[in-house]
Design a binder for this molecule. Structure first.
Ligand SMILES: Nc1nc2c(ncn2[C@@H]2O[C@H](COP(=O)(O)OP(=O)(O)OP(=O)(O)O)[C@@H](O)[C@H]2O)c(=O)[nH]1
Length: 376
C-alpha cells in the first residue's frame, strides 16, 4: 500500500527503521536504558501494574520489551486520553482486550470520575492480596507522554479525600514534552494496608523495526518532535488522513455560508475546556473564536484539496504530490506569511498542535485486530 512506501520515501529512510544509534533518527536518550533496568527490577516487587497507553494508539504505545514481564503480573491496561479518541473504535479496542482476558479501561487522566473507576478496578483486582499483605505496591508504567503523571496526580487527589494520608502530598510533574518524569517516585495513597503508587519515567525501546509504529508514537508526542522532525510527522499524518478519506467527511465545511451555519449550530454546545491547550491555561473568548475559525479553515482547505485531487491516493507519487499541495493550502489556512523562511516548519507545528489537542476531531490510528480471522 502507498502509505507505508510514502512514509519511507518521504522520510528518506529506505529500509531503515527507528534505531538507537543509526542513520537519520536517533531517538533513544541515554537515561532510558538505565530507567528501563530500574523499572524491570521494581516490577518484580509490584502487586499490580497499571500500564498506561494512549487511546489513539492502543497497540503502538505498548512497550514491547516489558510485555513478557507485564503479562505475568496483575495488570490493568489504562487507555488514557480517551477524550482524544474516537469513542466507537475505542469501545472496540476495549472489547478486543477483554476478549484477550486483559483487564482494560478507557480513561481521561485529568478527570477524577474517570480515574475513580480505574481505582475501583484496582481495588477489585487487589482484593485477594489486601487481606494478606501489610503493604501493597502499584506501579504505573508506560511510554513517554501517555499521561502517567497526570493520572498519578488524579489518584493522589482522590486518595487525599478518602484516606488520612500522613505524608505531605507531592504532585507528580506533568508536561507536554516526552521524558518529563526522569526518576521513580512513590506516593502513599492509603493506610492499612499501606498502598503505594509508584510513578515511573516514560521509557521507549532502543529500536523499533516498524517505521509506522515509530511515526505514530511521534504523532502522539511520545518521541520528541525534534528527533523525527515536525515536517515528517505532518507528512505522515496527512498521508494517513488522505488514505482514510477523512477530509472528505469535512464536506459540510465546504463553503463559507455553511461554515457560518455550522459554527452557529455548534456554539451553543461550546465548552471552553475543550479548547485548553496542553498547558491547560484557559483561553479567552476571542482566542477561542480564533482557534475555531482556524480549524474550520484548515478542514475546509483539506477537504477541497482532496475532493479536487484527480490522482490516486494509493499511488505513492500521487499521494506525495497531494501532500505537497496541502502544505501550501495549509499555510494559507493557518495564516502563515508567504515569505516566512520557516513557513513549512510553522505550518507543521501549528497543524500538529491542532491534531494533538483534538481540534481536528477524535482519532484512533491503530486498527483493531480481527479477533476471529477468516479461516484460510
Ligand atoms: N487530552 C488529554 N490530555 C492528557 C490526558 N492525560 C494527560 N494529558 C496530557 O498529556 C501530556 C503528558 O502528560 P504527562 O502526565 O506528563 O505524561 P507522562 O506519561 O507522565 O510523561 P513522561 O514523564 O514523559 O513519561 C500533558 O500535556 C498532559 O496534560 C488526558 O486524559 N487527556
Amino acid at each position: 500500500m502507498g502509505l507505508k512506501r510514502i512514509v519511507k520515501k518521504s522520510l528518506g529512510l529506505g529500509e531503515m527503521g527507528f534505531t538507537k544509534d543509526g542513520g537519520n533518527i536517533n531517538w533513544f536518550p541515554g537515561h532510558m536504558a538505565a530507567a528501563t533496568r530500574a523499572i524491570k527490577s521494581r516490577l518484580k516487587l509490584s502487586d499490580l501494574v497499571i500500564e498506561v497507553r494512549d487511546s489513539r494508539i492502543p497497540l503502538s504505545s505498548a512497550h514491547p520489551e516489558l510485555q513478557s514481564q507485564l503479562s505475568s503480573k496483575r495488570r490493568i491496561l489504562a487507555l488514557n486520553k480517551k477524550d482524544l479518541a474516537n469513542p466507537n473504535i475505542l469501545n472496540k479496542w476495549v472489547h478486543y482486550f477483554d476478549s484477550c482476558n486483559q483487564d482494560c479501561i478507557a480513561i481521561n487522566g485529568h478527570s477524577k470520575s474517570s480515574v475513580q473507576k480505574l481505582l475501583e478496578l484496582v481495588e477489585l483486582k487487589l482484593k485477594e492480596v489486601i487481606s494478606r499483605e501489610p503493604t501493597l505496591l502499584v506501579m504505573v508504567v508506560g511510554v513517554p507522554n501517555v499521561g502517567k503523571s497526570a493520572l498519578i496526580n488524579s489518584i493522589h487527589q482522590i486518595a487525599a479525600s478518602r484516606f488520612p494520608v500522613q505524608e505531605k502530598m507531592k504532585r507528580a510533574r506533568v508536561g507536554p514534552l516526552p521524558g518529563v518524569t526522569q526518576d521513580i517516585a512513590g506516593f502513599k495513597i492509603a493506610n492499612r494496608p499501606s498502598i503505594y503508587v509508584l510513578d515511573t519515567p516514560g521509557v521507549l525501546v532502543p529500536s523499533i523495526s516498524d517505521i509506522e509504529t515509530g511515526l505514530k508514537l511521534a504523532l502522539a508526542g511520545s518521541v520528541k518532535d525534534s528527533v523525527v522532525g515536525e515536517e515528517r510527522i505532518v507528512q505522515y499524518l496527512l498521508a494517513v488522513l488522505n488514505s482514510r478519506g477523512t477530509p472528505l467527511h469535512w464536506r459540510h465545511l465546504n463553503n463559507r455560508s455553511e461554515v457560518n451555519q455550522f459554527e452557529s449550530d455548534n456554539k451553543r454546545e461550546y465548552n471552553p475546556k475543550d479548547l485548553r491547550p496542553q498547558s491547560r491555561k484557559p483561553l479567552n473568548v476571542s482566542d477561542m473564536l480564533y482557534v475555531e475559525d482556524m480549524v474550520t479553515e484548515v478542514q475546509r482547505a483539506l477537504h477541497v484539496s482532496l475532493s479536487e485531487f484527480d490522482g490516486n491516493v494509493e499511488d505513492e507519487n500521487d499521494l506525495e504530490n497531494l501532500i505537497e499541495q496541502q502544505f501550501e493550502v495549509l499555510q494559507k489556512a493557518l495564516k502563515i506569511p508567504h515569505k516566512a523562511s520557516e513557513a513549512r516548519l510553522m505550518v507543521s507545528k501549528k497543524f500538529l498542535t491542532l491534531f494533538r489537542t483534538g481540534k481536528l476531531g477524535p482519532f484512533i490510528l491503530d486498527d483493531v485486530p480481527d479477533v476471529n480471522p477468516p479461516k484460510p
